[in-house]
Structures are given as structure tokens and as C-alpha cells.
Write a protein that binds this ligand. Sequence first.
Ligand code: GLU
Length: 425
Amino acid sequence: MQYIEPAPITDKENPLESMMSRFDAAVKILGISDEMYYILKVPAKQVIVGLPVTLDNGKVEVFEGYRVIHSTILGPGKGGIRFDPHVTLDEVRALAAWMTWKCAVVDIPYGGAKGGIACNPRQMSAGEIERLMRAYTLAMIDIFGQDKDIPAPDMGTGPREMAWLMDEYARAKGMTTQAVVTGKPLVLGGSLGRTEATGRGVMVSALAAMDKLKLNPYRSTAAVQGFGNVGSHAANLLTEKGVKIHGISDISGAYYNSNGIDIQKAMAYRDANGGTLEGFKEAELIGGEELLTLPVDLLVPAAMEDVITKSNASKIQAKLIVEGANGPTSAKADDIINEKGIMVVPDILANAGGVTVSYFEWVQNRIGYKWTLDRINRRCDRSMKDAFSNVFEISQKHNVSLRLAAYILAIDKVATTYKFRGGYG
Ligand code: GLU
């Protein structure tokens, strides 16, 4: 029997510290009490499980799985499940808190949660992943629930894993509850538009910010880091709006073309090429770090946390950063970026399109009805635009960055709701 040791918690700008430093700054401006500070800071529930799974070679491996429900003040916990070899409890804690603030920013009735399993899905067969997902679901059977905690996809998971989760939950409970999980395949009650939703929200918030900066999309250029579900759809939708994508990247490398990259071609290439851009010939291969510092108007980090750091922030040339990933900019990099006068549409606003359409999926499941794609896109766009204006207004009022403004909006909303509900003591 083999035990996969989760990655150690390092002190290198860890995402929890990054999240907390922004939280602290917003709390100071809001002037909330010490009691409320701890109510909002400490996660409501943290679960760690050991998951023995039989591999295809007959050996049993034990994986460590987490689920953190940061808050249920605005509603049931909501947030994805991440499969990644480097998942740590601290990372999941940060991601869960970000979900709380994100749901508050776009005004949907959810608290925040996140799950993670330290595993490498790229080196596992479909059968092994299915057994792992089912084991995780059973371990969390009393945690999940359509009114308690509603999981969804995140890095390393997608509709296929959500289908297994829904099925395992249905078997254990003896009834089907579609609304227990979102991001499902369409046939199982998934929503139209959910796949593209995060990328779509990135595009909508990028255009709203470009409008403020007087950048004409038809004369603007962009670089997109990450070519998964978020980055590729964001790049594709930005292209539709006239923006030229000069650079894209994924785990295989970064690709640059000063005439603009044909994103549809890149997506088709990736899909036919086992999911990566390896060997993509329509652009020049450049370094990953170079992609972040290209002379473009817009930079969309849509891969993972902590990629814009204190060591590369000063080299960024973009006028606007729109965060498709969760936590791509470390807190220390924030100061440098702000000093340079670069506008940042923060993650908890920019990538909220995904959870917004997750909410629409949950609503459709509960009313037993399917909305058209047009209705979903219209509602998601409206919600993203409203959230952007609200955050922008707060940033003007307090003379702070959009990031701090988004935290102020979210923390104020959750704290006010808590007071109305009435707490202990
Ligand atoms: N994992 C996505 C996020 O970080 C979506 C979460 C959801 O739809 O619940 O926003």
C-alpha cells in the first residue's frame, strides 16, 4: 500500500496569506469589529479524508482529500473540486474563502467552499479517476447536499467527474438529486453555457474595463496564460469582440504570433492533440515568463495561482490584467502593479461567470426546467456588468484598487447578512 504525501505547506507567498492580506486591508477600511473579523475569517467546516483506491495494477493507493466550507452565511457552500498533485489544505482554504467573496460580489445566494484531492489525473486512467471520485463523494456524503454544499468542477476536473459524483450521491441516498452538483454534462441536468461561462465572464469584464480605459477592442492586443476551459474560451470570445490574441500558453509552452493567433484553430489543434498545444506551428515558441511580459494591452492569467509575483510584476507591460484564474497575482505583486498604474479586474469578479452559470444550473435543476442559451448568456452578462459597475463605484468612492473594492463589497455584504441573521453570543 502506498501513501501519496501531499506537497508541504511552504512559506512562499502562499495563497492563503495572499487572500488574508487583502481581507485584512478591506476589513480595515470597513472598520468591522474584531468579533466579526474572526467570524468571517475562520472556515465554518474543514474536512480531511484518506481515500484508498485500487489502481489498475491491483495495488491500493491512499489519496488525501479535502473539503473546506468557508462560509454559509449567504447560503449553502459552493465551489469546485480540484485534482492536482500539489493541492494543500491551505490552498483549499484560500480557494474556499475566495468562493465566499466571489458569490457575494455577483450577488448569488451561496456561501463559499472548495474541495481538493492531491493526485495527478494526467497519470491516472479514467477508471482510477472514477473510483477516486466515487470514494471522495462517499466520504463527503454528509457534507454535500443541494442546500448544504454544492460542488462543481475546478482545475483537473470537469463534467465527467461531476456525473460520477452525482451518480454516487444518488446511489448512496437512494434518489437522484441533480442540484447536488453543478457543471454536469447536459444530459444529466447540466446547463447550456456552463462550459464557456467563466471565459465569457472574463470577456465581459475585460470589455467593461477596456471601456473605462478607453481601449478600443478592435485596436487592442492580448496575451492569455492557460489554454484550458477558462483561457481558451476567454481568448475565443475576446477574438470575437475584435481583440487580437498575440500570445497563448499551456503546460506544453507559450506561443507567440505578432499577427494574432487563430484561436479556433488552436482549440481544434489542442483537442486533436491529446489536450495540449505541444507542437502548435501557427506561432513561435517562447518562454512562459515572456508571455506574461509581452507588449500587449491586456493580460489574462487563466492558469493557476501565484504566477504574477514580486519578481516579474515590474516587467509587465499590459495596461489591463483580467484574472481568469483564482489568485494568479500574489499580494506582494499587487503593490508593484498598482504603482505602475495597471488596472486589475480581480479574480473574485473577473472569473465569477462560472459560478454564476452554476447557480443558473442549480436553479434549473430545482425548477425542473431548461433555459435557452440566449437567456443564460444574457443573464450572465448582465450580472457580470452589474458586478463590475458596483465594484468600480466602490473603488472610486474609497480611492482603492478594483481588488480592494471587490473585497469591500463582498465582506460588507456577508457581515451585514450575518448581523440580520443574528449570531451566537
Ligand atoms: N471552480 C469554479 C470557480 O473557482 C466554479 C465553481 C462553481 O461553479 O461552483 O469559480
